[in-house]
Each structure stands twice: as C-alpha cells, then as structure tokens.
Ligand binder design. Structure first.
Ligand SMILES: [Zn+2]
Length: 348
C-alpha cells in the first residue's frame, strides 16, 4: 500500500507541474516583489490587487492569542478571491479587513485543507455570498470526519459553537483556474503533504505561491495527518514553479528558499529517525537525541521544544515502520484526530 501510494504521489506532482508551464508569464522586466515586513493582523498590498494578512500566532509565544491562518486575497475585475477561511471569528475580522481594500463581492474562498483554522469559517464566507472551493480529499474529509471534529472543536471555541460546519461547494482534483484580464489564480494539488487534501494557490503573473500549511514559516509543521515522504517530493515539485514570494499558511512571507527549509526539516528528521530505528532506539531516545541546530535558527524554537514537534517525531517513527496507513488519512471515514497509530489498521 505504501509503494502504491508513493507512485500516486509522484504522478500527482507531475500533473500539478504541467499547469505552470501553461501559466501566464509576468511582464517582461518586472521587478522582484519585495518581502513585506509585517506586524500581527496587519494587511499589506504585496502586488497590484493582491493583499496579505499576517495572522497572530502563538507557537513561539504563549502570550499571543492564536489568530488562525494567514490570508491572501486577490481583487479581480468583478470579484474577490480569498485564500483560506480561518475560524468563524477570524473570518469576520478578515472580511472587515477585505472591505477596507475593495467594495467588490467576495466570490470564492479556497480552503487550503480541512483543518479548523483553514476551513471552519466557511459559513461566515458563505453568508457573504462566497462559494467554497477545496481539493476533493479535503471536501471528503470535511464530509466524513467533519461533523465529529467540529463538535470536538466547539467545546473549546465559542465562535465554532455559535456557527455551523459549511461543506465545500466546488471541489477539484488537480487544478482549478480563475482568470480575467487583470488577475490569474491557479489552485493546485501536488499530492499528500500536510494533509491528503492540500491545495496551494499560484499567481503566475505575480510569481506568488500561497501554500497553506504545505509550507509554513516557523515551528508550525504539524505532521499528524501528513505523508512525509510524499511531502518532500511535492515540495520539490513546487520548487520548480517560478516564485518570487511565498505566502505561507502560518508565519511571515518569505522568498522561495522557504521551500528548501521545509524540505530540509522533513529530510533530516526522516534521516535521524531512520538511524535511530536502525540502532533500535525508542522514540523517546530518538527525540532526545535530535540535533537540528539550524531549525532553531530558522523557527526560534528547538526542534523538540514543542509538543507539535514531539508528535512529528512519533509520526515519522511510525511511518518508517509502516504503521501509518496514508490512504486512511485521506480517503476513508476513519477518525483523523488520533495521535497514536491505530492498531490492526483495516485497509479500505
Ligand atoms: Zn493545518
């Protein structure tokens, strides 16, 4: 099953890549976009008609409330396209910010994946008249596992309790394009990365890639629903796109080398865990012995200082021993909120 998946992942990456070859080229002699300096919850126009909102984050600082995901929105001639739906409360905040930049209607919102901080605000956007778009797997995960996960999340957040789970309106397999004579956005699925249903938004005219959590800038690399081998391959495929600016799901915008940092983290983590398994070490011993100093330089926190990263080590440890059924993570109605691999995994 693992081998078959690896092959599918490669095919997925190849299909996604076929898109960029046909995409618009930026204007001849166009300058490289600057990397914007951002404060929390600030909005900046990062390219003509393209806005980025940098959400507050808490992974590095417990005093800062979690503001969900970042957002990019693109103002077309007649409508606005938004990347990510966030939680219900933050969705309303972002809508207010969008209205300060344009009076055009919000027509489409992309859920980059099914996680709450990227999709649970769907109902708020729908009230604005927007259609929700997502990859087929994200749409399916929201249908099959969504109601139970929503109930769980509603225990912790009043805005979720007071809202409702809105399902996806338009789903796609490889790509979904929106284009007029002012803007061009291509939603692309590269394969199983952070989740089985990840979508990124590529803006070929501006050389911007909005990655959702498929590539983040900081210690936000949650791996519990990932396929780390496929993730590395897909990041390498993404790297072939012509990109000036990455707008990640969490963390600050960055140059294209962010893709290489994310790739390096997964590659070195897998190598270290593999060595540990070969030396018959326990997951705890491997975790303690991890030494990726550059990760702290990049993210500000040590590679195993956060519970999220400790869970990532466990996830890779289980993956490398064939204890994670990646198909199950993406395609079936199995609960996705487990942190330990299920024993006696049933195939579908
Ligand atoms: Zn996520």
């Amino acid at each position: 099953m693992l081998k078959r998946f690896a092959l599918l992942a490669v095919v997925g990456c190849a299909l996604a890549l076929a898109v960029y070859a046909a995409a618009d080229k930026p204007a001849e002699g166009a300058k490289q976009l600057p990397v914007p300096e951002m404060k929390f919850n600030e909005v900046k126009e990062i390219a003509p008609g393209v806005f980025f909102r940098y959400s507050s984050i808490s992974a590095n600082d417990k005093n800062i409330p979690f503001g969900g995901s970042n957002h990019t929105w693109v103002v077309f001639k007649d409508y606005v396209v938004v990347i990510d739906a966030n939680f219900p409360k933050e969705a309303a905040d972002v809508i207010a910010d969008i209205k300060k930049t344009t009076n055009k209607p919000i027509k489409y919102v992309l859920d980059t994946h099914h996680h709450g901080d990227h999709a649970y605000g769907n109902a708020v956007w729908a009230k604005e008249g927007a259609k929700i778009i997502a990859h087929t797997n994200a749409a399916r995960l929201m249908k099959t596992n969504g109601p139970k996960q929503w109930e769980e999340a509603a225990k912790d957040r009043k805005d979720i309790k007071d809202s409702e789970l809105k399902q996806v309106d338009i789903s796609f397999d490889d790509k979904y394009e929106l284009k007029d004579d002012t803007q061009h956005v291509v939603f692309m699925h590269f394969g199983h990365m952070h989740t089985a249903g990840d979508a990124s938004a590529y803006l070929p005219k501006h050389k911007i890639l909005c990655t959702g959590d498929a590539c983040v800038n900081g210690a936000f690399n949650y791996m519990g629903h990932s396929n780390s081998a496929s993730w590395i391959k897909c990041l390498e495929a993404m790297d072939k796109l012509d990109i000036d600016l990455i707008c990640p799901g969490h963390g600050k915008p960055a140059r294209k080398d962010l893709l290489a940092k994310e790739t390096r983290y997964f590659t070195e983590l897998r190598d270290a865990v593999k060595k540990g398994i070969d030396a018959k070490k326990s997951v705890e011993e491997i975790t303690k012995g991890l030494d990726l100093a550059w990760y702290k330089e990049w993210t500000g926190v040590g590679v195993v200082e956060t519970d999220m990263n400790k869970d990532s080590v466990k996830h890779v440890y289980n993956e490398l021993q064939g204890k994670i059924d990646h198909d199950r993570l993406g395609a079936t109605s199995a609960p996705l909120n487990w942190r330990q691999p299920p024993t006696g995994i049933a195939s579908r």
